[in-house]
Design a protein around this ligand. Structure first.
Ligand code: ADP
Ligand code: MG
Length: 384
C-alpha cells in the first residue's frame, strides 16, 4: 500500500511533436482506486507507462510514499502492470506464467508454489494451472494476466484497459470481480479505461483526460454532478446529458434561460446577478433523469410533444424538442407517454448547468442545491 502523487508531469515524445502529457497533477491516498478515463489517444497509456517506468517523463516528478521514483528503473519501482494485450508467455503454462516474476526475483520454490496457489484461488483459476494460454478463453487469459500482477504484492497496481478485449457480459462480471478484489486487497491501483461506466463504478477518484490534459479530477459523484466543462459533462453519463443552446435573457433584473417547445415557452430564473451574462450564448445542460413530469406549480414547467419513446426495461427514454434540439427525458416505464402526446415537463433549477457556448467552460450552478452534498458546492459564477 502506498500513496501516489504525480507532480506537474509532462511528457513529450520528441521535438516537433505536440506534448503528449501536459502538467499532470494527481494525488491519491494509500489504498485508493484511481481511474484514468478519456478518449483513445488522450495519453492514458503514456501516463501509465511513465508511472511504471517504461517511459521517461520530460518534466515533473512521480512520488510513491513521498519518495521521487521518476529516475528509477521499472524493476526497482515495486509496481505491477496488467496490459490491455495480456502479454502472456505462450509456451509457458498458466502456473509458470504466474510464477515467472517471482522466479526472476529469486523467491524460494516452496514460497512460489504457495503464492501461485493463493492467487489461483483468489481468481478461481486453480483448474487451469496446467494449461497454456492458447487453451484458454479471453476471460481466462485476462485472469491469468491479473494473477501474474497479483502474485507480486507490489505497492501499486496499474491496469491498462484490462477488460477491453472481453465481450460485454464478461466485462461486467470482471468489473465486479476487480472491485471485490480491491476491497479485499486494498492495494493502491491506477486503472485506465475509455468506458465511462467502468470509471463511475470502480473509481474512488476519477481523472478525466483529453489531449494530454486532466480536465477534472475528483470523486465519481463530483465528476457526474459537478462537471468542470462541456467535455466532462458529455463524456460521463448514459444516456448523455442534454445540451440545449440558448441566449440568456434579462427581465426585471433577473437572468433567465428561455426554453421553447414550439407549443409553449418556459422561463427558468437563474438566480444569477451578473449583468454581463445578458445576451450571452450558453449551453444549458441537464441530465435525462433530472427532467421531471410536472407536479404542481413550484418549478418552472413547459408543455412539449413526445416525438419518440424508447423503453429500456427499467425506464423509458422519451424524446421531445426544446429550442430545436432533441432532448431526452428518462421516465419510469409506467409513466411513459405515447408518441404525439403533449407532456408537461419540469426543471429543478439547481440541477441545470450552464456552459459557455464557445469555450465550453462551466459558468456555475444556477442556484444552491437543496442538499449541500460535497460535489455540489459551485454556486458562484466562474465566468468572465
Ligand atoms: P491512449 O492510451 O489514451 O489511447 P496513448 O498514451 O497511447 O493514448 O497515446 C497518446 C498520444 O501519444 C497519441 O497521440 C500517440 O500517437 C502518442 N504516442 C504514444 N506513444 C508514442 C511514441 N512512442 N512515439 C510518439 N508518439 C507516441
Ligand atoms: Mg491506451
Amino acid at each position: 500500500m502506498a500513496t501516489l502523487e504525480l507532480r506537474n508531469v509532462n511528457k513529450s515524445y520528441g521535438s516537433g511533436l505536440a506534448d503528449t502529457l501536459k502538467n499532470i497533477e494527481i494525488k491519491i491516498d494509500s489504498g485508493e482506486f484511481l481511474i484514468l478515463v478519456g478518449p483513445s489517444g488522450c495519453g492514458k497509456s503514456t501516463l501509465m507507462n511513465c508511472i511504471a517506468g517504461l517511459e521517461d517523463i520530460s518534466g515533473g516528478a512521480i512520488l510513491v510514499d513521498d519518495a521521487d521514483i521518476s529516475g528509477m528503473s521499472p524493476k526497482d519501482r515495486d509496481i505491477a502492470m496488467v496490459f490491455q494485450s495480456y502479454a502472456l508467455y505462450p509456451t509457458m503454462t498458466v502456473r509458470d506464467n504466474i510464477a515467472f516474476g517471482l522466479k526472476m526475483r529469486k523467491m524460494a520454490p516452496a514460497a512460489i508454489e504457495e503464492e501461485v496457489a493463493r492467487v489461483a484461488k483468489l481468481l478461481q483459476i486453480e483448474h487451469l494451472l496446467g494449461r497454456k494460454p492458447g487453451q484458454l478463453s479471453g476471460g481466462q487469459q485476462q485472469r491469468v494476466a491479473m494473477g501474474r500482477a497479483l502474485a507480486r504484492r507490489p505497492k501499486i497496481y496499474l491496469f491498462d484497459e484490462p477488460l477491453s478485449n472481453l465481450d460485454a457480459k464478461l466485462r461486467v462480471e470482471m468489473r465486479t470481480e476487480i472491485k471485490l478484489m480491491h476491497q479485499r486487497l486494498k492495494t493502491t491501483t491506477v486503472y485506465v479505461t475509455h468506458d465511462q461506466i467502468e470509471a463511475m463504478t470502480l473509481g474512488d477518484k476519477v481523472a478525466v483526460m483529453k489531449d494530454g490534459v486532466i480536465q477534472q479530477f475528483g470523486t465519481p459523484q463530483e465528476i457526474y454532478n459537478d462537471p468542470a466543462n462541456l467535455f466532462v459533462a458529455s463524456f460521463i453519463g448514459s444516456p448523455p446529458m442534454n445540451f440545449i443552446p440558448l441566449r440568456l435573457q434579462r427581465r426585471e433584473g433577473q437572468l433567465l434561460a428561455v426554453l421553447d417547445s414550439g407549443q409553449a415557452r418556459c422561463e427558468i430564473p437563474l438566480g444569477l446577478a451578473d449583468g454581463q451574462l445578458e445576451g450571452r450564448e450558453v449551453i444549458l445542460g441537464i441530465r435525462p433523469e433530472q427532467i421531471l413530469l410536472a407536479q404542481g406549480e413550484a418549478l418552472p414547467s413547459i408543455r412539449a410533444e413526445v416525438q419518440v419513446t424508447e423503453p429500456t426495461g427499467p425506464d423509458t427514454l422519451v424524446f421531445v424538442e426544446l429550442n430545436q434540439t432533441k432532448v431526452c427525458c428518462r421516465l419510469a416505464p409506467d409513466a411513459a407517454p405515447r408518441v404525439g402526446e403533449s407532456l408537461a415537463l419540469q426543471f429543478e433549477p439547481s440541477r441545470v448547468l450552464l456552459f459557455d457556448a464557445h469555450s465550453g467552460e462551466r459558468l456555475g450552478r444556477l442556484a444552491a442545491p437543496a442538499s449541500q452534498e460535497r460535489g455540489a458546492k459551485v454556486t458562484q459564477l466562474k465566468g468572465r
